[in-house]
Design a protein around this ligand. Sequence first.
Ligand code: F6R
Length: 614
Amino acid sequence: MCGIVAYIGKKQAFPIVLKGLKRLEYRGYDSAGIAVLNGEALNMFKRSGKVANLEAYAMEHNTEGHAAIGHTRWATHGLPNDVNAHPHFSNDESIAVIHNGIIENYDTLKKKLITYGFTFQSETDTEVLVHLIDHIRKNDNLSIPEAVRRALHHVEGAYAIVVISKDNPNQLVAARKSSPLVVGIGNEGDFFLASDATPIIEYTKRVVYLNDEEIAVVDLNEGLRIFNIGNQEKTPFIQKLEMELEALEKGGYEHFMLKEIHEQPRSIQDCLRGRLNSNEGWVALRGLLDYETKMIQAKRLIIVACGTSWHAALVGEYLIEDLARINVEVEYASEFRYRNPIISENDVVIAISQSGETADTLAALELAKSKGATILGICNVVGSSISRVTDAGCYTHAGPEIGVASTKAFTAQVTVLTLMALSLAHKKGTISESAFHALLTEIEDIPGKVKEVLKSNSIIEKIAAEYAEAPNALYLGRGSSFPVALEGALKLKEISYIHAEGYPAAEMKHGPIALIDENMPVFVIATKGNSYEKVVSNIQEVKARKGKIIAIVTEGDVNVKEMADHVIEIPETHEYLVPLLATIPLQLLSYHIALMRGCNVDQPRNLAKSVTVE
Ligand code: F6R
């Protein structure tokens, strides 16, 4: 949450930072601001609302300068107005700071700083940082890097910060703890700093991911230096970015979400690449191979995640328990970390996270590690915090997901979990060779089948038009389609603001059925499989109460077609793989409904892509 970006070098800094903020806007879009150093002057531009507001405002001013820091905010402390927008100035306006994270002891620090004579302009927690650094620097006559280092010893909470100062115009100082920060090493002796690599990729592929409690000083004369808050110098570990710039563009689609939905045949294919071969009869998640025995022998696999990733985890639970007969528990990371869970060395804890930065998921992992459990990760963002703290893991390879509502990351997570379940089952001997081979073949066909589902887009758009004004919606599914129902409901509520709930179809009788009348659309996953007949009965129960049925069915189904108001067909596949296909129409339905309601599909209100605060 919140995106930070900074540049120092020979180029004009403002346009680079502004463009970077647009790329990071998915992390927060309540307000935006940039501070630019132009010779003796440190000029500040801040506006509430989107980065576009800041851009329009700044156009009327001189934004020249070779160093700048910028921020796009997801408000935690204080309203999203101009004053609370970052950067924040020191009282003498010689230093400015941007910050992503939460300073938990800000109130204590603030009170102390007020007694030292500092005045506060904003309601943010961040402002204490700039005054604290300023206070320490002046009191002890220190350089900015040293003042930052000492200041951070007083700070509790999470931070990724960048400090710019008039006194050191050739230098930016950055630090992180529990919030991500990447340093880009430019090709012209210039440097970039950002919450993730997306604002950097256009200029350089050489990056350094900062570790917790590390401070980076980028200096036009001295280059990059990294040290920790204990003042030990570190050798920067330079990595090469694999990402391509085109992956960050809309590529002709009206919205990132639509592009990402349509990318799924490719993203699933990329996720499968090199991990299975039906002809040769093998499946392998190489990052986890050394841990498979441990997983098979584990007392339990505990999967921790949030939101959409938690739904993917539930699909994983169905598949791993059924195929590999290993006990799986799925936990909301935010609950797990605070409820004093019983964890031992015999447990394997797996985190699932698109961003790899979700604060609760990271903290849940750290807790599990402290209790001796093996910790594994399934992440999309390469080099993210979760991928670096885990003992081992594998990437989903879905490519950058910019739309705030998760789509292709979900199907990639489910793909990895499906491979994991199969691999464990094969190793453990809980699946017959013929069933194993049949599933491998079927998985290889999934990208092509997803392509088929996407062809229903115009049918889905027409259905969406009928329900765009519905105040409520219910999603039903059974077995591994139950998490698909949860995910369908989440997609609808987060981007269209229609209240929606997902339920196991049979649970409907225990309460939600009271809500059903002629105005209630009920989206049901009613594909062929073990519970088909039971889902058909549930559909009848809805129809008996005049509810509207929109059913996802297997191609050629006639039974449900007769009962439902609308059907969306998906190609026939093995029951285990239905979540990968049935999710797609639900994503498209939400997309079209949100669009028809005039909602901002890519940046829904109050949300941010990367939830780095708890
Ligand atoms: C919903 C959505 C969120 C995320 C959740 C976890 O569309 O995107 O619910 O799934 O915030 O994020 P990650 O997967 O980055 O840990």
